[in-house]
Design a protein around this ligand. Structure first.
Ligand SMILES: [Zn+2]
Length: 87
């Protein structure tokens, strides 16, 4: 992406997350959705509109609705399970 709407997430944390996710997928593991924290990841996940990471289909739909409702102004990811620290 070339715009600056994707810079709010800590890239280092996302890189680690992607590695863990790939490893888990190859090894039959079960990773939670980084956005909602639920075990709702499927073989048909969505790519987040906020950061380049896979999220569950429900979250993908919610982001689409958020963008529709706000005109695409919802780029904050601090409420995501992965970034909230509430684990
Ligand atoms: Zn989710």
């Amino acid at each position: 992406m070339t715009d600056n709407r994707t810079i709010k997430a800590p890239e280092g944390m996302l890189a680690v997350w992607r590695d863990m996710y790939e490893w888990a997928r190859k090894n039959g593991g079960d990773m939670p959705c980084p956005r909602c924290g639920r075990r709702t990841m499927t073989d048909h996940n969505a790519i987040s509109r906020r950061v380049s990471v896979e999220i569950c289909p429900t979250c993908g739909a919610e982001e689409a609705f958020e963008d529709f409702a706000t005109g695409g102004c919802m780029d904050d990811v601090s409420h995501w399970w992965l970034f909230s620290g509430a684990r």
